[in-house]
Write a protein that binds this ligand. Structure first.
Ligand code: B12
Length: 244
């Protein structure tokens, strides 16, 4: 077994040893050549992202990505609640990526760097990366679908300085083909009504969610309610793939 194959296998196994996590390796060049980097998103300027993560400059000569998928079940909405610049789910994934990078250097002499969430701050387009890592496929709802969890997961990535062997894309998993696609009618904003995702109505719906935060049920230091944004998940929760 080559040094890099061993490193890839151990890294993925280590990532998946954290509860509710799956992982795969993608080739960075392939991700940068994937559809999200080649299209001009509609209404890009319309979405005001408030994540407070710092911008990063990528490790020189980086060649691979570890893509981390964290299960986000229906009954754990808190993982997605946006509060003080981030979500609990994102913070958890970032912690896992930091511990993986801290392990990889002494274990395999390979440098790695957790990437931020936003592409504009040095993150990558995570759904494309997850497909290319062989973790699942894109669905009709414009979400990444995992065989076990459907779209009910969140993604993050670790940039890796060496070229590790990438996962194989899934070829025999085409869940939307035989599905009556309840995701399309579940979207009350009409973002999926043509059968193809349209960003502006979805972004407007999420803007409304932001304008109407909910009480998290946790009192702050002063005893005041802590208000959080509970983002719409209709297209995610309507998807029968994985079924939980
Ligand atoms: C900006 C953003 C938004 C914006 C704009 C979304 C958009 N799609 O344009 C807004 C705020 C509206 C939004 C909404 C939502 N988002 Co959002 N969003 C992002 C973010 C930061 C970047 C996405 C982006 O701009 N993509 C670029 C645009 C142009 O691409 P796109 O519309 O997604 O379409 C591309 C893909 O479909 C791809 N594609 C299509 N077919 C194929 C086939 C192959 C083989 C490949 C490789 C690629 C590919 O090509 C298309 C471009 O041509 C990512 C995190 C990240 N760093 O990637 C999260 C992310 C995509 N969002 C996520 C989620 C969950 C949501 C919401 C459900 C809201 C919520 N509760 O969080 C909705 C769902 C919308 C939907 N059905 O697509 C998750 C998706 C998880 C998953 N299972 O896929 C991500 C990955 C964040 C995370 N925490 O994990 N989001």
């Amino acid at each position: 077994m080559t040094r890099y194959l061993l490193a890839a296998e151990e890294l993925v196994a280590k990532a998946e040893s954290y509860e509710g996590m799956r992982a795969g390796i993608a080739d960075l060049g392939a991700v940068l050549d994937a559809p999200s980097y080649r299209c001009q998103p509609q209404g890009q300027a319309a979405w005001r992202d408030e994540h407070s993560e710092k911008s990063v400059a990528w490790l020189p000569k980086a060649a691979s990505l570890l893509v981390l998928a964290m299960h986000h079940p229906r009954d754990q909405p808190r993982l997605d609640w946006f509060d003080r610049g981030n979500t609990a789910g994102n913070r958890r994934m970032q912690e896992v990526l930091e511990s993986l990078a801290a392990w990889l250097l002494p274990a395999h002499r390979i440098h790695a760097q957790p990437l931020p969430y936003q592409p504009a701050r040095g993150g990558i387009f995570l759904k494309d990366a997850a497909v290319l890592a062989g973790l699942g496929v894109m669905g009709q709802n414009n979400l990444f679908l995992h065989p076990q969890w459907g779209p009910r997961l969140r993604l993050r990535a670790l940039l890796i300085q060496e070229r590790l062997p990438a996962g194989e894309r899934l070829r025999d998993f085409e869940p939307c083909r035989s599905c009556d696609q309840p995701c399309l009618s579940a979207c009350s904003s009409g973002a999926l009504k043509t059968g193809r995702y349209r960003r502006p109505p979805c972004a407007q719906r999420l803007e409304r969610d932001r304008a109407h935060p909910i009480d998290s049920g946790q009192g702050g230091a002063s005893g005041d309610p802590v208000l959080v944004t509970d983002w719409c998940r209709a297209c995610e929760l309507a998807c029968p793939v994985g079924r939980y």
